[in-house]
Design a protein around this ligand. Structure first.
Ligand code: HEC
Length: 437
């Protein structure tokens, strides 16, 4: 498998937005975060990639490509492998030590919104917008569909003993199945609006959050409602339970993360992200909370005090290049290095002529165009007042020095591609793909 070395050193300027250095590296919003038994931190995002973080160093240790769409869910197996799922309906099992994909599992007919792994690490569960909830044998890759799901499924979780799997979604119900034979045990009404996050809280508790902004808790095995905690009018997007303490973290569409005690007491509210807070994961001790959000960052918090921790300050010096894994299928297969690098841009840019702007303008016809002048795109004032024409050399410089140097004040997030050869490959690919036709 092709391996590339890309130095992506972000974070220095983005840290100016935050008191502490955050984990910056995704080329777009972060949808999911997971923490392994040994403290490995993994995230997945709109830029189609997964990043395994060097938390101490505050930078990506490995960037994994295998999905051909946004990555919505990541989960860690007890043995240190990882599973991811995305809008492409694929599940991919990864060996994180070797930074390589082990297996892909197909079956879902569309977006997979959520993933869970049973505590033994043998079975995965996935919930999708094809209105199915599926179980996967991780040794064989075989999948089966649970009977009785309805509506787009947004969230899925295993009970701590691994015997039950719960899923919830658009229809406002939480359903609980027996993992062994797939029997639907019960359906719990969760307030009528969509369920977006689910977590078991200890051996006999289940919690859900959703579009109505509330947290609901039930007692198992019979599913008596215990309480509803109103967290605010805005939709809640994600829920995680701290191992051991049963403390809950709830991510909101406004980027806040609420911390609620096991007994339903609201402990604190953190302004975690600019834009939605989608990804939530506690460390195995339940003390540290990792969050991922629409601002493209992974941030680290003391779950007890709500203080931001951030990676330890690092000595200045050259960053080690993260390992890059490309799956031998889909868009990564046998691909031009430049095309692979452009995956860091696709969350925000197309190369299409029809004004297909995303967060950033289409790059169609970029060479020879004056900076900040594509008709109909709302550039920042900074870009509009700059005065130069994009050439291959200038784009090379943009990622050699970083947008904060070449286009100061630009809305484009800071990203540096440290390897000149990688920059040349990206520019070469852009020259082919953006040429007026
Ligand atoms: C998270 C979103 C995001 C990502 C990822 C991103 N960009 Fe951008 N880019 C933008 C935005 C937003 C602008 C407009 C900036 C402004 O108006 O200040 C922009 C502007 C640009 C421009 C100037 C366009 C013009 O018309 O003057 C170029 C060139 C560019 N980006 C190239 C890239 C390349 C190449 C990549 C990938 C290596 C990339 N960008 C990744 C958001 C992004």
């Amino acid at each position: 498998m092709a391996l590339a070395r890309i130095v992506v050193s972000l974070g220095l300027v983005m840290a100016a937005m935050a008191a502490r250095a955050d984990l910056a590296g995704h080329g777009g919003p972060v949808k999911a975060v997971a923490v392994g038994a040994a403290g490995q931190v993994l995230s997945g995002g709109f830029d189609y990639s997964l990043i395994r973080w060097d938390v101490e160093g505050g930078r990506p240790a490995a960037i994994l490509y295998g999905h051909d769409a946004a990555v919505n869910a990541v989960a860690m197996l007890p043995d240190g492998r990882a599973l991811s799922a995305g809008d492409d309906g694929l599940l991919i099992l990864w060996d994180l030590d070797d930074a390589r994909p082990v297996r892909r599992m197909e079956g879902h007919g569309g977006r997979i919104a959520s993933l869970a792994i049973d505590p033994a690490g043998r079975t995965a569960a996935s919930a999708g917008w094809d209105q199915t909830v599926r179980l996967w044998d991780l040794a064989s890759g075989e999948g089966r569909t649970l009977e009785g799901a309805a509506g787009n499924a947004n969230a899925v979780a295993f009970s701590p003993d691994g015997r039950l799997v719960a899923a919830g979604g658009q229809d406002g119900f939480v359903r609980i199945w027996r993992v062994g034979d797939g029997t639907l045990e019960r359906s719990l009404e969760a307030g009528g609006l969509a369920v977006n996050g689910l977590a078991f809280t200890g051996p006999d508790g289940l919690a859900a959050v959703g579009t109505d902004g509330g947290l609901r808790q039930w007692r198992l095995p019979h599913g008596e409602p215990i309480r509803t905690v109103a967290l605010g009018p805005l939709p809640a997007l994600a829920l995680a339970a701290a191992p051991g303490t049963g403390v809950l973290a709830i991510g909101g569409v406004d980027g806040t993360v609420s911390i609620v005690s096991a007994s339903g007491e609201r402990l604190r509210r953190i302004s975690a992200h600019r834009g939605a807070a989608w990804g939530l994961a506690f460390d195995p001790a339940g003390r540290t909370l990792y969050t991922g959000g629409a601002d493209g960052l992974v941030r680290i918090w003391d779950a007890g005090t709500g203080d931001e921790l951030g990676p330890p300050a690092r000595a200045p010096g050259p960053a080690t290049a993260p390992r890059v894994a490309l799956a031998p299928w889909g868009a990564s297969a046998g691909q031009d290095r430049g095309a692979v690098l452009f995956r860091r841009c696709v969350a925000c840019h197309t190369v299409e002529p029809d004004g297909a702007n995303r967060a950033g303008p289409t790059l169609y016809g970029i060479f020879g165009r004056k900076v900040g002048t594509l008709d109909g795109y709302p550039y920042s004032p900074a870009l509009r007042t700059l005065d130069f024409v994009w050439t291959p050399e200038k784009v090379d410089e943009l990622f050699g020095l970083g947008p904060h140097i070449v286009t100061p004040g630009s809305k484009m997030p800071v990203q540096v591609i440290g390897d000149p050869e990688e920059r040349r490959a990206l520019v070469r690919w852009l020259e082919q793909q953006t040429r007026p036709r």
